[in-house]
Design a protein around this ligand. Structure first.
Ligand SMILES: *Cc1c(COP(=O)(O)O)cnc(C)c1O
Length: 436
């Protein structure tokens, strides 16, 4: 497979953009490639790069594209919205419709504010939680990612892990001091921290998916909920990935656990820039102009993005009886076969899955339940996997520490083709391990 044009564009990109990319994982550095592929078109489960290569896509824009690339309903809605105007700096009716739909899908959200990204959603939710509790400190889990605002970039997942570190430079000691971290799943560590009653909020991905995907213990989630209640700590579920993906109501519906606040992103914009944060009305009414917590945005609730989100979520809502089951069946089919192939070719691997997400951790450990487990993975084996797949026309996340995303557009044929390539990759890894 030729990547000549992508490589040329990347050379130019490196000259004008730091690292040649606008988000670090895109650089394909951790999978030993000199250049990423430059995408130019997507339709359904497929994407095409600038060299004209076709791929089955398992990045799916890192989550938003649960219906695949450019579904007709979204394109049509967006076209209609664009014709009416790009942005007004005034409220529009569709924002209200989307807000109502969000509260219908996710009943713990009584009131909601729209943002332009997940980063803004989590950043603003934390601010509201601090105001509500009159406390400064926040607690998060090692390896969870909540966007790139200062206070949440401590022991962070996603692109930082991919590049081999967890804390960003450029953050003040004051901010670092106020962000506490504990390992995911460690209830006694959480208890010790929260019992001091000086933590405003515990923010968590209920299903961590930014250190690779971790399946949470439901008992742990329940204990977290109880500890937050008993210590007056706001529980924020960051459902930027899990929202509308595990179920219409996200992980909180899937596990029947009600957070105080929720942050949303990715799917909520259907591939366009949208985020949201919401929760109990009593908490959300602290926001200006009702209260004195400031949140704003020139493009917050942008009509084009909001329409894309509305079309996507309406589709999910109208098809909720079958859609999530279908997605899960597709994923199970793939994952069960991957596990068999790993055993057949003697590849040390632990495959975590939930709903339409999965991660193949190339580790000897039987289970991956937290960051320490995830970091035991052999990233060289992951790179072999990634590159074999790419050369075979399949784009996987270019990092061991991310999840694969399956969309409604992935067909049985796509999955079978994927499995053939995985078999190739596992054969190479297996032979390497057995010293052949
Ligand atoms: C992607 C992500 C974010 C950040 O969203 P952006 O739109 O990239 O700013 C926050 N939290 C989680 C769990 C995410 O996966």
């Amino acid at each position: 497979m030729e990547h000549k044009i992508s490589t040329e564009i990347f050379k130019k990109a490196e000259k004008y953009i730091p690292g040649g990319v606008n988000s670090p994982v895109r650089a394909f550095k951790s999978v030993n490639r000199k250049a990423p592929i430059f995408a130019c078109k997507g339709k359904g489960a497929k994407i095409w790069d600038e060299d004209g290569n076709e791929y089955i896509d398992y990045i799916c824009s890192w989550g938003p594209l649960i219906l695949g690339h450019n579904p007709e309903n979204v394109i049509n809605g967006v076209r209609e919205a664009i014709e009416m105007g790009s942005s007004f700096g005034l409220p529009t009716k569709m924002e209200v419709e989307l807000a109502e739909l969000i509260t219908k899908c996710c009943p713990s959200i009584e009131k909601v504010r729209l943002t332009t990204s997940g980063t803004e959603a989590t950043m603003s939710a934390v601010r509201v939680a601090r105001a509500y509790t009159n406390r400064n400190k926040i607690l998060k889990f090692e390896g969870c990612y909540h966007g790139h605002s200062d206070s949440l970039l401590v022991k962070s997942g996603s692109g930082l892990l991919t590049d081999g570190y967890q804390d960003s430079n450029g953050i003040t000691d004051g901010v670092l001091k106020d962000t506490l971290t504990v390992p995911f799943g460690n209830i006694s560590a959480i208890k010790t921290v929260l019992e001091k009653k000086d933590v405003a909020c515990l923010i968590m991905e209920p299903v961590p998916a930014n250190m690779g995907m971790i399946y949470p213990d439901v008992k742990f989630l329940k204990e977290v909920r109880e500890l937050c209640t008993s210590t007056g700590t706001i529980l924020i579920f960051d459902e930027v990935i899990s929202g509308f993906r595990l179920a219409l109501g996200g992980a909180q519906e899937f596990f029947s656990i009600t957070p105080d606040m929720t942050t949303l992103g990715k799917i909520i914009g259907g591939g366009y820039p949208v985020g949201a944060f919401g929760g109990k009305a009593e908490i959300m009414d602290l926001i200006a102009p009702v209260g004195r917590v400031y949140h704003a945005g020139t493009l917050s609730g942008n009509p084009v993005s909001v329409r894309a989100g509305y079309e996507t979520i309406s589709y999910l809502y109208n098809n909720r009886e079958t859609l999530y089951k279908t997605l899960e069946e597709k994923t199970q089919y793939l994952v069960n076969n991957i596990k068999e192939l790993a055993a057949k070719y003697n590849v040390p691997a632990c495959v975590n899955t939930i709903g339409s997400l999965f991660t193949i951790f190339f580790t000897e450990r039987p289970e991956v339940n937290n960051l320490e487990d995830a970091l035991s993975s052999n990233t060289e084996n992951f790179a072999i996997y990634f590159n074999t797949m790419l050369e075979d026309g399949i784009v996987c996340p270019p990092s061991q520490f991310e999840a694969h995303f399956i969309s409604m557009a992935h067909t049985k044929e796509d999955l079978d083709k994927t499995l053939l390539s995985i078999e190739k990759a596992f054969k190479v890894i297996g032979e390497k391990n057995n010293g052949k």
